[in-house]
Design a binder for this molecule. Structure first.
Ligand code: HEC
Length: 117
């Protein structure tokens, strides 16, 4: 039956039998991907790029895990990111600042969920 033209597989190059096995597997994988809480969100990845481009000239990441670190809350991280981005005249808006805060918090601080402003 896999040779009948009415039942050509949707995916080229594989038989109906393979497709019957493959499709549920793909659907399951998709479900797992969609349902798994992402450790690094797109926001955090963007923040990482921004941070690596603009902020690692002076401090390596160790500044964020030292014992007497300045940021002791999400608001504290935000304050520092605002401070540094304006010091460097980067003209970051809430989007950029939020992304970098989320990146730093996800990677180093872990103060609970970042709320978008
Ligand atoms: C000109 C050098 C320099 C640049 C560039 C710089 N920083 Fe910093 N940063 C420092 C120094 C020095 C400290 C620690 C002393 C202090 O807070 O004054 C610090 C501390 C911090 C802290 C607080 C760390 C803690 O103790 O919890 C954060 C957050 C931070 N920086 C973020 C950034 C971000 C985001 C950028 C890029 C927009 C940036 N920094 C760019 C020098 C710099």
């Amino acid at each position: 039956m896999s040779h009948s033209h009415q039942s050509d597989p949707l995916l080229p190059g594989i038989s109906m039998m393979q497709e019957r096995l493959l499709v549920p597997i793909l659907v399951t994988l998709l479900g797992v991907v969609l349902l798994t809480p992402r450790v690094a969100s797109a926001d955090a990845r963007r923040g990482q790029l921004l941070y690596e481009n603009h902020c690692t000239a002076c401090h390596e990441s160790v500044v964020h895990v030292r014992e007497d670190r300045k940021a002791t809350s999400l608001a504290g991280i935000r304050k520092q990111v605002v401070r540094w981005s304006s010091e460097l005249e980067l003209e970051w808006g809430p989007e950029e600042i939020g992304s970098v805060v989320e990146f730093l918090n996800t990677r180093y601080y872990g103060f609970g969920k970042v709320r978008k402003q």
